[in-house]
Design a protein around this ligand. Structure first.
Ligand code: TXA
Ligand code: MG
Length: 409
């Protein structure tokens, strides 16, 4: 099965389950503004939440300057209020509004050079915030995370609404991030109009889920933006912009070493980072993330990868002969149908090719969609994922996989 086969198109039956969520289908290559002006822009200007595609994953956004609108984001996805949000802008005037004037990135600064190179695009930068930014956006922190998305639909929504949009990924809190509208509807679709809000938009105002989803197809990157802090050149969350790309501008960029502290076999965390883990500046670190409802077992990439996986499968099948194991295969040399000694577990294994270990960006694009697919559609009992090397996008892939994993072996 090819790596792209899990993109789900919205089905009539799924749409029927959520009559209080309106889907607005927009072609990203030829945006019809009138579709966005009809519901989406008025909803945002009215202080409501809307889900829309970005080049990384789908986001659920609201006016970043309106604390009440922002509070609806937390409710919509069941997000803990101490996990801050990224603000999305479409120009530098909006950036000026959000950043402490003393810290605005002027031409010639490294920060501005990075903005000019990677914006619009999947790089999120922490800036000291201005007093215009409500404290629930930053969960009380004095820095605000900002990026300028490259997706034409996200961009156009910001331009037409003339609002900076606070937007986390549009999944139910803790689930894998959504890479197509199908995932968003599954997680944030509304079964019933919400009728306890007296505003004219009552049915789209409050409660779990969203009233509007803009469907712009599949997200091109599939893994979230890279979050960086300029003061000490730390990557707080690896993402679509790679460490190597950042180091080509400044060699001192490093991954925040506590990032995978819970699950990594390599527990070398620097003293400074250790302190920060205890009072995290990146609150997202402490939550379980990206996890399907079935356990994920991640096998670190090393010389024994194949042997480790084979032994694991054998022991699981011995425990439960009818077990269904979903396998995310990326190392082409591992052949699950050719077992040494002639054994075969074909009835237990469903093997999917999520991309080649040599092209981590392909795996990044497919990872969340496959987690959801194996869990929700194939209904496997557990997922085995082959680890890959942590070069380029492999760093983000392994970071997300570790967070999703029940165990790293
Ligand atoms: O690609 C993306 O970044 C997507 C799309 C929708 O733009 N958004 C996204 O947002 O992934 P979210 O909320 O799922 O993840 C934001 C991450 C969290 O780990 C959060 O803790 C961190 O960024 N973050 C946000 N604001 C922060 C702040 N002020 N200080 C430190 N970390 C922050
Ligand atoms: Mg998220």
């Amino acid at each position: 099965m090819s790596g792209n086969a899990v993109v789900r198109l919205l089905s009539e039956s799924l749409i029927r389950q959520f009559p209080a969520t309106k889907i607005i289908t927009v072609d990203p290559t030829n945006i019809d503004d009138s579709l966005l002006m009809q519901d989406v822009v008025p909803a945002l200007r009215n202080g409501d939440v809307v889900a829309f595609p970005t080049e990384t994953v789908y986001g659920v956004g609201a006016n970043a300057l309106d604390a009440n609108a922002v509070s609806k984001i937390f409710t919509a996805k069941g997000r803990p209020s101490d996990n801050p949000l990224i603000v999305h802008v479409s120009n530098f005037d909006q950036l000026k509004l959000l950043v402490d004037p003393k810290s605005f990135p002027h031409s010639g600064s490294l920060t501005r050079t990075l903005c000019d190179r990677f914006w619009p695009g999947p790089l999120t930068i922490l800036f000291p915030k201005s007093d215009k930014v409500p404290s629930n956006v930053t969960a009380g922190h004095d820095h605000v995370a900002i990026r300028m998305p490259a997706h034409p639909i996200a961009n156009r929504i910001i331009e037409l609404s003339k609002l900076p949009l606070a937007a986390p990924s549009a999944n139910r809190s803790g689930k894998p991030s959504p890479t197509c509208a199908y995932h968003v509807l599954q997680d944030l679709g509304r079964k019933q109009a919400i009728i306890d809000d007296p505003s004219p938009n009552f049915q789209f105002g409050k409660g779990i889920g969203v009233g509007y989803i803009v469907d712009g197809g599949e997200c091109p990157f599939g893994v979230e933006s890279t979050v960086i802090r300029m003061e000490d050149k730390k990557i707080l969350r690896p993402g679509s912009i790679t460490l190597e790309q950042l180091q080509s501008f400044d060699k001192s960029f490093q991954l925040f070493s506590g990032i995978d502290r819970l699950k990594s076999k390599d527990s070398k965390v620097s003293m400074d980072d250790q302190k920060e883990i205890e009072t995290p500046a990146t609150p997202g670190l402490k939550y379980t993330h990206y996890a399907p409802s079935v356990p994920v077992y991640l096998f670190e990439y090393d010389d024994q990868l194949e042997e480790k996986i084979m032994n694991f499968i054998e022991s699981k099948v011995n425990e439960n002969p009818s077990i269904k194991i979903g396998i995310l295969n990326s190392h082409k040399q591992i052949h699950y149908n050719e077992w040494e000694g002639g054994k075969s577990f074909q009835n237990n294994l469903i093997v999917y090719d999520i991309g080649s270990s040599d092209s981590p960006q392909e795996i990044a694009k497919n990872l969340f969609a496959y987690f959801r697919f194996l869990d929700e559609d194939k209904k496997v009992d557990l997922i085995v994922m082959e680890g890959i090397s942590e070069e380029k996008e492999g760093l983000a892939v392994m970071n997300r996989a570790r967070k999703a994993a029940l165990a790293v072996l």
